[in-house]
Design a protein around this ligand. Structure first.
Ligand SMILES: [Zn+2]
Ligand SMILES: [Zn+2]
Ligand SMILES: [Zn+2]
Length: 112
């Protein structure tokens, strides 16, 4: 389970583009987990979310590295590798809006 990422040098200090998933906030959709792109700061929802904007962002831009905002670990889409970013986390602009704000009935326990 220890793969290495060859893109660590591409990690930049970024400013999050939004407090929650940029696209979901616009459409009122729900998300489960958020990821911050460490190439441009795009905030998108991750794989357990219905819209998977973080993954769409990767396919559209090929920006390989995303960060998990509260915990500060990173994931590389290309190498499929996890690594620790806790010493250079992206500071968030403010509290992350509650998940499932428009569809509370569909909230499920969050598994990780
Ligand atoms: Zn990589
Ligand atoms: Zn989204
Ligand atoms: Zn990006």
């Amino acid at each position: 389970m220890t793969k290495t990422c060859t893109h660590l040098k591409t990690i930049r200090d970024v400013t999050p583009s939004a407090l929650g998933c940029e696209e979901c906030l616009k459409t009122g959709d729900a998300w489960v987990h958020l990821r911050i792109c460490r190439a441009c700061g795009h905030v998108g929802c991750f794989d357990q979310s219905p819209n998977r904007h973080a993954t769409k962002h990767f396919h559209a831009t090929r920006h390989p590295i995303i960060e998990d905002p509260p915990e500060g670990w990173g994931w590389c889409y290309v190498d499929e590798a996890f690594f620790d970013l806790s010493d250079r986390k992206t500071p968030h602009n403010g509290p992350i809006p509650r998940y499932y704000r428009s569809k509370p009935a569909r909230e499920r326990p969050i598994t990780r």
